[in-house]
Write a protein that binds this ligand. Structure first.
Ligand code: 0RA
Length: 647
């Protein structure tokens, strides 16, 4: 504040500029969530992505091939690139150096560079000024025009004006940004190495040829990793397929441009039953799909059907191959670079541009048509996989008819085990998926029957990672869940039909409970990911201990809390507090269950999120797939966090 209000002898436009700057930054600091989504861990990581995105923009424009990210000992960050360097000349109308403009004015980034692919929606692309506004300190070094420049800021306000530090080599170009996230803003200040590594790895796949390094300098965490994908998405599909058994070794890959849209697609088939298609627009994961995905699906279905009918695969069969059939066991990544993307949907991760649909469709049609003709061996494998999926689909159709949602009012068709609630507005209603009949019984008695429904689940849920859809749908528990929720699954999924806006998994706090929870999450992730995207999935958190003495009782959700209560109750006389460890929900009576786990006023719910769909897929593969060793390693490494699993 003090600095910016000092008389500076510059033009009036500088003062006017300054007022604008303060207003803009104030808005960011007042409502950080509006700009970076949240002030928790997610927002904290977003700061890094924002600066990295700027460097990647330079790479896309063809000026940068190396990006370095360093987590310093105190969780401050440096991002360095060898791009053109942020401009330093005085901006003709704004009257301040370009770098100061970029760092202090909202959305100034695009003002002087319309050539590269910029993102105009979603969470990315808010600009480095937002990072600056939310950092205690930000320093920037720029090399260009044979000089090294420097500036620094505090909470968005210029503290050192642009200065020349010295000479730089004639060919040296680049930008280095150091920042320390503001402790006044963020509720979480610790960076998670794996989270950053996953995103940087993804960026290296999406931007072939760029070398990205991540260095952790923190005590006990010291390491460096380099991400570089010569083969682009081809390598990403390989990574995604991980431990799955491939049906062919060569990965199908196309990288081209059509109607000013950059289009890259890679795909491969494995012997599993899931479909794993990831889509990106300007490096942003489009969870909700959109026009690029529609174009891809249309072309894939058409080309595989063409090949199948030409090759006589469908002669005896009286059906064609559906979209779901041709995507069984498919791992694919579609990445498009669009100049003015329109982001739509609940989480603004659905591409709306109609020109992207026809461009992707044409490219995939032409490329895949030619590829299949030229590679009959692979083409046969793919078509046979789809034909066997189609046969299974026939069987599945019968099972699915049984689970198809009837109208919400048609209570008669709801499963008998479901104790439904009396309110009909889904936004007010929640359903508990409860492990075991006894806990289900307590939950039914303890609930508020107006808005809480209870669905007790008996026995094990089928592992959807290992079974084909017809088998999955013949599972009694799965059918009950689908009918109770009402949305249908897969391509027939309709969020509007959700009968509850909170679907709460409530399992025992033991190994079996964790297993059932994972099976359920796997099912939702594979068959109804939109429920997770919509934020409808929750995990209940029952207490682990009851600490009581005389008439006083406390519930503790972890060991630390337990010890605090023991201490609180233990002092004074010489009788000790009684500690009961809850092994299962069944050990609680209806009132205890309500008080600790179900009462909206007092309970803790974890919302299941999907920040990183790519990593979530790998985790489920690891947890639920065939290979035992990686599963064991994962469970051992993450056992402590099982109740916090944020997929
Ligand atoms: C505006 C224009 C130009 C480059 C950049 C911004 C730029 C921003 C960042 C942020 C981090 N690294 C960056 N690298 C470049 C183009 C400058 C020119 O035309 O020379």
């Amino acid at each position: 504040m003090a600095k910016s209000s000092e008389p500076n002898g510059k033009s009036e436009s500088y003062d006017a500029q300054n007022i604008q700057v303060l207003k803009g930054l104030e808005a960011v600091r007042k409502r950080p969530g509006m700009y970076i989504g949240s002030t928790s861990s997610r927002g904290l990581h977003h700061l890094v992505y924002e600066v990295v995105d700027n460097a990647i923009d330079e790479a896309l424009a063809g000026y940068c091939d190396t990006v370095g990210v360093t987590i310093h000992g105190d969780d401050s960050i440096t991002v360095e690139d060898n791009g053109r360097g942020i401009p330093v000349d005085i901006h003709p109308t704004e009257g301040i150096p370009g770098v100061e403009l970029a760092m202090t004015v909202l959305h100034a980034g695009g003002k002087f560079d319309k050539d590269s692919y910029k993102v105009s929606g979603g969470l990315h692309g808010v600009g480095v000024s937002v990072v600056n506004a939310l950092s205690e300190v930000l320093k920037v070094w720029i090399k260009r025009d044979s000089k090294e420049y420097y500036m620094d800021f505090a909470r968005g306000i210029t503290t050192t004006k642009l200065q020349v530090l010295g000479k730089a080599g004639a060919k040296e170009r680049g930008t280095k940004v150091f920042f320390k996230p503001d402790a006044q803003i963020f509720t979480e200040l610790r960076y998670d190495y794996a989270t950053l590594a996953n995103r940087l790895r993804e960026l290296s796949y999406l931007n072939k040829g760029v070398t990205i390094t991540l260095t952790d300098e923190r005590e006990g965490e010291k390491k460096t990793e380099t991400f570089h994908a010569k083969g682009g998405l081809k390598e990403m599909v390989q990574y995604l397929n991980g431990s799955k058994k491939a049906l062919h070794t060569e990965i199908l890959h196309v990288d081209t441009e059509k109607d000013d849209i950059g289009i890259e697609v890679a795909l491969a088939y494995n012997d599993g039953y899931n479909e794993n298609v990831f889509t990106f627009v300007n490096n942003i994961n489009t969870h909700e799909g959109g026009t690029h995905l529609t174009g891809f699906k249309a072309a894939l279905t058409r080309r595989i059907n063409d090949y199948a009918s030409k090759g006589g695969f469908l002669k005896k069969a009286d059906f064609t191959l559906s979209g779901e059939d041709v995507r069984e066991g498919l791992t694919a990544v579609i990445s498009v670079k669009v100049r003015e993307p329109q982001f739509e949907g609940q989480t603004k991760t659905k591409l709306g541009n109609s020109e992207a649909e026809s461009a992707v469709k044409t490219v995939v049609n032409d490329w895949l048509g030619a590829y299949l003709d030229e590679h009959p061996k692979i083409a046969n494998i793919i078509v046979e996989k789809a034909v066997s999926a189609a046969r299974a689909r026939e069987a599945a159709r019968k099972a699915r008819d049984l689970t198809r949602k009837k109208s919400a009012l048609d209570i008669g068709t709801l499963p008998g085990k479901l104790a439904d609630c009396s309110l009909s507005d889904p936004a007010m209603c929640e359903v508990f998926l409860v492990e075991g009949d006894s806990a289900g019984g307590s939950a039914k008695q303890g609930r508020n029957r107006e808005f809480q429904a209870i669905l007790p689940l008996r026995g094990k849920i089928i592992n959807v990672e290992k079974a084909r859809i017809d088998k999955v749908l013949s599972n009694e528990e799965i059918r009950t869940i689908i009918t109770a929720i009402g949305t249908g699954i897969k391509d027939e999924f309709e969020i509007e039909k959700a009968r509850y806006h909170k679907i709460i998994i409530m399992t025992d706090a033991d190994v079996d409970g964790a297993h059932i929870r994972t099976l359920l999450l796997t099912f939702f992730f594979r068959q109804m990911p939109q429920l997770i995207d919509a934020g409808f999935m929750y995990i209940a958190q029952p207490p682990l201990f009851r600490v009581a003495k005389g008439k006083q009782e406390f519930y503790a959700y972890d060991e630390k809390e337990r010890d605090t209560y023991i201490e609180r109750l233990g002092n004074g006389d010489n009788s000790k507090a009684n500690v009961q460890r809850y092994k299962g929900l069944g050990e609680m009576n209806k009132d205890q269950l309500w008080d600790t786990t179900m009462d909206p006023e007092r309970r803790t719910l974890f919302r299941v999120g999907m920040d990183d769909a790519v990593e979530a897929d790998r985790i489920f593969q690891t947890l639920m797939g065939d290979d035992v060793e990686p599963r064991k390693a994962f469970i051992e490494a993450n056992a402590r966090f099982a109740s916090n699993l944020d997929i």
